[in-house]
Write a protein that binds this ligand. Structure first.
Ligand code: SAH
Length: 251
Protein backbone atom coordinates (compact mmCIF):
# COMPACT_ATOMS: atom_id res chain seq x y z
CA UNK A 1 0.00 0.00 0.00
CA UNK A 2 2.95 2.36 0.69
CA UNK A 3 3.39 3.41 -2.94
CA UNK A 4 -0.31 4.16 -3.36
CA UNK A 5 -0.34 7.24 -1.19
CA UNK A 6 1.51 9.80 -3.34
CA UNK A 7 -0.30 8.32 -6.33
CA UNK A 8 -3.56 8.84 -4.49
CA UNK A 9 -3.11 12.60 -4.37
CA UNK A 10 -2.26 12.71 -8.05
CA UNK A 11 -5.33 10.67 -8.89
CA UNK A 12 -7.59 12.82 -6.76
CA UNK A 13 -6.35 15.81 -8.71
CA UNK A 14 -7.25 14.04 -11.93
CA UNK A 15 -10.80 13.35 -10.65
CA UNK A 16 -12.89 10.27 -10.82
CA UNK A 17 -13.28 6.99 -12.62
CA UNK A 18 -9.70 5.83 -12.44
CA UNK A 19 -8.12 2.62 -11.28
CA UNK A 20 -5.18 2.33 -8.96
CA UNK A 21 -3.54 -0.20 -11.21
CA UNK A 22 0.14 -0.15 -12.11
CA UNK A 23 0.95 1.75 -15.26
CA UNK A 24 2.05 -0.33 -18.22
CA UNK A 25 5.78 -0.32 -18.86
CA UNK A 26 5.53 1.91 -21.89
CA UNK A 27 4.76 5.58 -21.35
CA UNK A 28 1.34 6.09 -22.91
CA UNK A 29 1.20 9.76 -21.98
CA UNK A 30 2.82 10.67 -25.27
CA UNK A 31 0.30 8.84 -27.45
CA UNK A 32 -1.74 11.95 -28.28
CA UNK A 33 -2.98 12.46 -31.83
CA UNK A 34 -0.96 14.82 -34.05
CA UNK A 35 -2.29 18.32 -34.69
CA UNK A 36 -4.08 17.56 -37.99
CA UNK A 37 -6.02 14.46 -37.12
CA UNK A 38 -8.22 12.52 -39.54
CA UNK A 39 -10.31 9.46 -38.74
CA UNK A 40 -7.33 7.18 -39.60
CA UNK A 41 -5.18 8.99 -37.08
CA UNK A 42 -7.76 8.30 -34.42
CA UNK A 43 -7.89 4.64 -35.39
CA UNK A 44 -4.14 4.49 -34.75
CA UNK A 45 -4.60 6.30 -31.41
CA UNK A 46 -7.27 3.77 -30.46
CA UNK A 47 -4.99 0.90 -31.38
CA UNK A 48 -2.28 2.35 -29.12
CA UNK A 49 -4.85 2.85 -26.37
CA UNK A 50 -5.98 -0.77 -26.59
CA UNK A 51 -2.44 -2.16 -26.67
CA UNK A 52 -0.65 -0.08 -24.09
CA UNK A 53 -3.41 0.87 -21.66
CA UNK A 54 -5.79 -2.08 -21.84
CA UNK A 55 -4.12 -5.28 -23.08
CA UNK A 56 -0.94 -4.38 -21.18
CA UNK A 57 -2.95 -4.39 -17.94
CA UNK A 58 -4.41 -7.82 -18.61
CA UNK A 59 -7.76 -7.35 -20.39
CA UNK A 60 -8.06 -10.21 -22.90
CA UNK A 61 -11.76 -10.57 -23.79
CA UNK A 62 -11.87 -10.31 -27.61
CA UNK A 63 -15.34 -8.69 -27.68
CA UNK A 64 -14.27 -5.99 -25.26
CA UNK A 65 -11.03 -5.29 -27.14
CA UNK A 66 -12.83 -5.17 -30.47
CA UNK A 67 -15.43 -2.71 -29.13
CA UNK A 68 -12.73 -0.48 -27.61
CA UNK A 69 -11.04 -0.42 -31.04
CA UNK A 70 -14.30 0.43 -32.77
CA UNK A 71 -15.97 3.16 -30.69
CA UNK A 72 -14.77 6.70 -31.57
CA UNK A 73 -13.98 7.93 -28.03
CA UNK A 74 -13.03 11.38 -29.39
CA UNK A 75 -16.71 11.90 -30.29
CA UNK A 76 -17.70 11.56 -26.61
CA UNK A 77 -15.51 14.33 -25.16
CA UNK A 78 -16.00 18.12 -25.28
CA UNK A 79 -14.59 19.78 -28.45
CA UNK A 80 -11.58 21.32 -26.67
CA UNK A 81 -10.50 17.88 -25.37
CA UNK A 82 -10.79 15.91 -28.61
CA UNK A 83 -7.00 15.81 -28.96
CA UNK A 84 -6.73 14.19 -25.52
CA UNK A 85 -9.52 11.64 -25.91
CA UNK A 86 -7.18 8.64 -26.08
CA UNK A 87 -5.04 9.56 -23.07
CA UNK A 88 -4.77 7.17 -20.14
CA UNK A 89 -7.10 9.14 -17.87
CA UNK A 90 -10.68 10.24 -17.28
CA UNK A 91 -11.65 13.60 -18.81
CA UNK A 92 -14.17 16.23 -17.70
CA UNK A 93 -17.48 16.27 -19.60
CA UNK A 94 -19.12 19.20 -17.77
CA UNK A 95 -21.47 19.41 -14.78
CA UNK A 96 -18.63 18.15 -12.57
CA UNK A 97 -18.71 14.72 -14.23
CA UNK A 98 -16.16 12.68 -16.16
CA UNK A 99 -15.87 10.15 -18.95
CA UNK A 100 -14.09 7.18 -17.36
CA UNK A 101 -10.50 6.19 -18.09
CA UNK A 102 -10.40 3.79 -21.09
CA UNK A 103 -8.89 0.97 -19.01
CA UNK A 104 -11.72 1.16 -16.47
CA UNK A 105 -14.33 1.02 -19.23
CA UNK A 106 -12.61 -2.09 -20.64
CA UNK A 107 -12.15 -3.73 -17.22
CA UNK A 108 -15.82 -3.28 -16.32
CA UNK A 109 -17.00 -4.38 -19.76
CA UNK A 110 -14.92 -7.56 -19.59
CA UNK A 111 -16.20 -8.31 -16.09
CA UNK A 112 -19.81 -8.12 -17.34
CA UNK A 113 -19.14 -11.07 -19.72
CA UNK A 114 -21.84 -9.87 -22.10
CA UNK A 115 -22.78 -11.47 -25.40
CA UNK A 116 -24.48 -10.01 -28.44
CA UNK A 117 -28.20 -9.74 -27.74
CA UNK A 118 -27.83 -9.36 -23.95
CA UNK A 119 -29.96 -6.72 -22.25
CA UNK A 120 -27.79 -4.43 -20.17
CA UNK A 121 -28.68 -1.69 -17.70
CA UNK A 122 -26.19 1.12 -17.12
CA UNK A 123 -26.50 3.61 -14.28
CA UNK A 124 -24.62 6.87 -15.01
CA UNK A 125 -24.81 7.52 -18.77
CA UNK A 126 -22.43 10.50 -18.61
CA UNK A 127 -21.07 10.99 -22.13
CA UNK A 128 -22.66 7.78 -23.43
CA UNK A 129 -19.25 6.20 -24.15
CA UNK A 130 -19.66 3.11 -21.96
CA UNK A 131 -23.13 2.57 -23.41
CA UNK A 132 -21.66 2.79 -26.94
CA UNK A 133 -19.00 0.19 -26.07
CA UNK A 134 -21.72 -2.21 -24.88
CA UNK A 135 -23.80 -1.48 -27.97
CA UNK A 136 -20.75 -2.16 -30.17
CA UNK A 137 -20.64 -5.66 -28.65
CA UNK A 138 -24.25 -6.10 -29.77
CA UNK A 139 -26.05 -5.52 -26.47
CA UNK A 140 -29.37 -3.79 -26.04
CA UNK A 141 -28.52 -1.02 -23.60
CA UNK A 142 -30.81 0.80 -21.16
CA UNK A 143 -28.96 3.67 -19.52
CA UNK A 144 -30.07 6.11 -16.81
CA UNK A 145 -28.52 9.54 -16.13
CA UNK A 146 -29.57 11.90 -13.37
CA UNK A 147 -28.34 15.18 -14.95
CA UNK A 148 -30.90 16.17 -17.61
CA UNK A 149 -28.44 17.99 -19.90
CA UNK A 150 -26.03 15.02 -19.95
CA UNK A 151 -28.88 12.58 -20.62
CA UNK A 152 -30.07 14.70 -23.53
CA UNK A 153 -26.60 15.23 -25.02
CA UNK A 154 -25.72 11.56 -24.74
CA UNK A 155 -28.99 10.46 -26.36
CA UNK A 156 -28.41 12.82 -29.27
CA UNK A 157 -24.77 11.82 -29.69
CA UNK A 158 -25.58 8.10 -29.63
CA UNK A 159 -28.29 8.60 -32.23
CA UNK A 160 -25.98 10.65 -34.48
CA UNK A 161 -23.34 7.93 -34.29
CA UNK A 162 -25.89 5.29 -35.22
CA UNK A 163 -26.15 3.33 -31.96
CA UNK A 164 -29.77 2.32 -32.37
CA UNK A 165 -30.25 -0.12 -29.53
CA UNK A 166 -29.31 2.30 -26.73
CA UNK A 167 -32.17 3.81 -24.73
CA UNK A 168 -31.40 6.79 -22.50
CA UNK A 169 -33.59 7.91 -19.61
CA UNK A 170 -33.19 10.83 -17.22
CA UNK A 171 -33.74 9.89 -13.59
CA UNK A 172 -32.25 8.54 -10.38
CA UNK A 173 -30.61 5.27 -11.36
CA UNK A 174 -30.62 4.03 -7.76
CA UNK A 175 -34.01 2.57 -8.64
CA UNK A 176 -32.82 1.07 -11.93
CA UNK A 177 -35.27 0.93 -14.85
CA UNK A 178 -37.82 -1.66 -13.71
CA UNK A 179 -39.97 -1.56 -16.88
CA UNK A 180 -37.29 -3.38 -18.92
CA UNK A 181 -36.04 -5.78 -16.20
CA UNK A 182 -34.68 -8.38 -15.83
CA UNK A 183 -31.23 -7.56 -17.21
CA UNK A 184 -28.48 -10.00 -18.14
CA UNK A 185 -25.95 -7.48 -16.87
CA UNK A 186 -25.96 -4.22 -14.89
CA UNK A 187 -23.09 -1.72 -14.78
CA UNK A 188 -22.96 1.21 -12.38
CA UNK A 189 -20.50 3.98 -13.25
CA UNK A 190 -21.02 6.22 -10.19
CA UNK A 191 -20.33 5.04 -6.66
CA UNK A 192 -22.99 4.49 -3.97
CA UNK A 193 -21.97 3.65 -0.39
CA UNK A 194 -24.00 0.44 -0.42
CA UNK A 195 -25.42 -2.02 -2.92
CA UNK A 196 -28.79 -0.68 -4.18
CA UNK A 197 -31.39 -3.45 -3.70
CA UNK A 198 -33.53 -2.35 -6.69
CA UNK A 199 -30.59 -3.20 -8.95
CA UNK A 200 -30.17 -6.63 -7.36
CA UNK A 201 -33.87 -7.27 -7.93
CA UNK A 202 -33.63 -6.25 -11.59
CA UNK A 203 -30.73 -8.61 -12.30
CA UNK A 204 -31.71 -11.88 -14.03
CA UNK A 205 -30.67 -15.23 -12.51
CA UNK A 206 -27.21 -15.91 -13.96
CA UNK A 207 -26.70 -12.13 -14.40
CA UNK A 208 -23.65 -10.04 -13.57
CA UNK A 209 -23.60 -6.69 -11.76
CA UNK A 210 -20.43 -4.56 -11.76
CA UNK A 211 -20.43 -1.65 -9.32
CA UNK A 212 -18.01 0.55 -7.35
CA UNK A 213 -19.06 0.77 -3.70
CA UNK A 214 -17.51 2.99 -1.04
CA UNK A 215 -17.56 6.26 0.83
CA UNK A 216 -17.79 9.58 -0.99
CA UNK A 217 -14.53 11.39 -1.67
CA UNK A 218 -12.41 8.31 -1.11
CA UNK A 219 -11.53 5.13 -2.94
CA UNK A 220 -14.16 2.59 -3.61
CA UNK A 221 -13.97 -1.12 -4.27
CA UNK A 222 -15.07 -2.35 -7.67
CA UNK A 223 -17.29 -5.40 -7.15
CA UNK A 224 -18.59 -8.08 -9.47
CA UNK A 225 -21.79 -9.66 -8.16
CA UNK A 226 -23.02 -12.80 -9.89
CA UNK A 227 -26.58 -13.94 -9.30
CA UNK A 228 -27.03 -17.68 -9.12
CA UNK A 229 -30.08 -19.57 -10.38
CA UNK A 230 -31.25 -19.61 -6.74
CA UNK A 231 -30.99 -15.81 -6.51
CA UNK A 232 -27.91 -15.90 -4.24
CA UNK A 233 -25.19 -13.31 -4.92
CA UNK A 234 -21.53 -14.20 -5.19
CA UNK A 235 -19.15 -11.25 -4.81
CA UNK A 236 -15.68 -10.80 -6.33
CA UNK A 237 -13.42 -7.87 -5.45
CA UNK A 238 -11.98 -6.34 -8.66
CA UNK A 239 -9.77 -3.82 -6.87
CA UNK A 240 -9.70 -0.17 -5.77
CA UNK A 241 -11.13 2.54 -8.03
CA UNK A 242 -12.11 6.19 -7.85
CA UNK A 243 -15.54 7.16 -9.18
CA UNK A 244 -17.79 10.18 -8.80
CA UNK A 245 -20.50 9.56 -6.19
CA UNK A 246 -23.92 8.18 -7.07
CA UNK A 247 -26.08 11.14 -6.08
CA UNK A 248 -29.67 10.75 -5.01
CA UNK A 249 -32.60 12.51 -6.62
CA UNK A 250 -35.86 13.59 -4.97
CA UNK A 251 -37.04 10.89 -2.62
N1 SAH B 1 -20.39 5.96 -17.99
C1 SAH B 1 -20.05 7.35 -18.25
C2 SAH B 1 -19.23 7.98 -17.16
C3 SAH B 1 -20.01 8.13 -15.94
S1 SAH B 1 -19.57 9.42 -14.82
C4 SAH B 1 -19.35 7.51 -19.57
O1 SAH B 1 -19.07 6.51 -20.24
O2 SAH B 1 -19.09 8.65 -19.96
C5 SAH B 1 -20.91 9.09 -13.70
C6 SAH B 1 -22.26 9.58 -14.17
O3 SAH B 1 -23.23 9.12 -13.23
C7 SAH B 1 -22.39 11.09 -14.19
O4 SAH B 1 -22.82 11.53 -15.45
C8 SAH B 1 -23.42 11.37 -13.11
O5 SAH B 1 -24.24 12.50 -13.39
C9 SAH B 1 -24.21 10.10 -13.10
N2 SAH B 1 -24.97 9.84 -11.88
C10 SAH B 1 -24.64 10.13 -10.59
N3 SAH B 1 -25.62 9.73 -9.76
C11 SAH B 1 -26.59 9.15 -10.52
C12 SAH B 1 -27.85 8.56 -10.24
N4 SAH B 1 -28.33 8.47 -9.00
N5 SAH B 1 -28.57 8.09 -11.27
C13 SAH B 1 -28.12 8.18 -12.55
N6 SAH B 1 -26.95 8.76 -12.88
C14 SAH B 1 -26.18 9.23 -11.88
Amino acid sequence: MRHLLPLAFLLLALTACRALSPLPERDVGTATPPSTPGEDTYAESREQMVRYQIEARGVTDPRTLQAMRAVPRHRFVPPDLVGRAYEDRPLPIGYGQTISQPYIVALMTEALRVEPGDRVLEIGTGSGYQAAVLAAIGCEVYTVEIIPQLAEQAAQRLQELGYERVYVRQGDGYFGWPEHAPYDAIIVTAAPDHLPQPLVQQLAPGGRLVIPIGPQGSYQTLWLFEKGADGQLQATNLGPVLFVPLVRGEQ
